[in-house]
Design a protein around this ligand. Structure first.
Ligand code: FES
Length: 108
């Protein structure tokens, strides 16, 4: 079955080392650009349901601003306490001048 790809932004609107928050069907996602590689994760810390979009990006890691857990953008894995549960990651691609999101969570 064809993935439900959704255009979420023009790639030039997400500078390298930055992310944007997008909402698709009432769900919030972070779309990050790391040296031209795009990543998509849910905008929700698995520790206490806090928006990761309040946090900061460091390479391929997003750090929650509430208690400091860091998550891999590639796998969603928590990299330090207090979070213990991965966040959801999503496929993302650039095509025809758009960044496309597949809002079907990737199972690790
Ligand atoms: S809410 Fe993110 S680390 Fe606690």
């Amino acid at each position: 079955m064809e993935a439900p790809w959704i255009a979420v932004a023009a790639p030039e609107t997400i500078a390298s080392g930055k992310f944007i928050k997008v909402t698709v069907a009432k769900r919030n996602y972070l779309i990050a650009n790391v040296n031209g590689e795009f990543y998509a994760v849910e905008d929700n810390c698995s520790h206490e349901d806090y928006p990761l979009s309040y946090g900061c990006l460091n390479g391929t890691e997003i750090k929650c601003s509430l208690h400091g857990s860091r998550f891999s953008l590639a796998t969603g894995a928590p990299l330090n306490d207090p979070a213990e549960t991965p966040i959801c990651t999503y496929r993302v691609k650039v095509n025809e001048g758009q960044v496309w999101l597949d809002p079907t969570a990737v199972m690790q």
